[in-house]
Design a protein around this ligand. Structure first.
Ligand SMILES: [Zn+2]
Length: 184
């Protein structure tokens, strides 16, 4: 992809993000106040895991490589890690926000647990919601599991860090299951 094409694609992505923020009445001020960072969709994604329902979990190639290494190391320690959520598109994030609003939540309530479209780390293909058989998926109780304790001790070695600890500056609830790969 040449620079002209990629900057055109970026401009169109930014325009779609702005349109989504307008649709949901999310002010730019909220993005600034909560220190949210725009996350672009990656050029390349690969299949990292097929979920129980036959759903494909996609990650960037470096994230998948790091995930494979980490999952293998965890398994050797008797810790079975699994992906609960991986890449998520801008359009899918809009659907999630629309569904929650339709269920009667206010936009402020929605944005404590879901990112504004365009600002989810899941758009980047580098974030993984990790689950275990020990606790319900995407629940704070995940922090009481051996899987979580293992991740706290070892995930950094594989390039993964916890994005939303308790009291995070982004205004999200504590998400002990959400880990993001950052190339070192
Ligand atoms: Zn997540």
């Amino acid at each position: 992809m040449d620079a002209g094409v990629s900057s055109a694609a970026a401009a169109s992505y930014h325009e779609r993000v702005r349109a989504a923020l307008r649709e949901f009445g999310i002010p730019e001020e909220l993005i600034t106040r909560r220190h949210l960072v725009l996350c672009e969709e990656p050029a390349e994604l690969v299949l990292a895991q097929v979920g129980a329902g036959g759903r494909d979990y996609l990650l960037t190639p470096p994230t998948k490589a790091a995930w494979d290494a980490m999952r293998t190391a965890a398994a050797l320690d008797g810790i079975p890690l699994a992906i609960v959520s991986a890449f998520r598109s801008l359009d899918r994030q809009c659907e999630i926000v629309r569904d929650k609003l339709a269920q009667g939540q206010s936009i402020d309530q929605v944005l404590t647990a879901s990112a504004p479209p365009g600002y989810s780390e899941h758009h980047s293909g580098c974030a993984i919601d990790i689950g275990s058989s020990e606790a319900a998926a995407l629940e704070e109780i995940f922090e009481t599991t051996p899987s979580y304790r293992w991740l706290i001790r070892h995930a950094g070695r594989f390039g993964f860090s916890l994005s939303f600890p308790r009291g995070n500056q982004y205004g999200y609830i504590h998400e002990p299951w959400h880990w993001c790969y950052r190339a070192g």
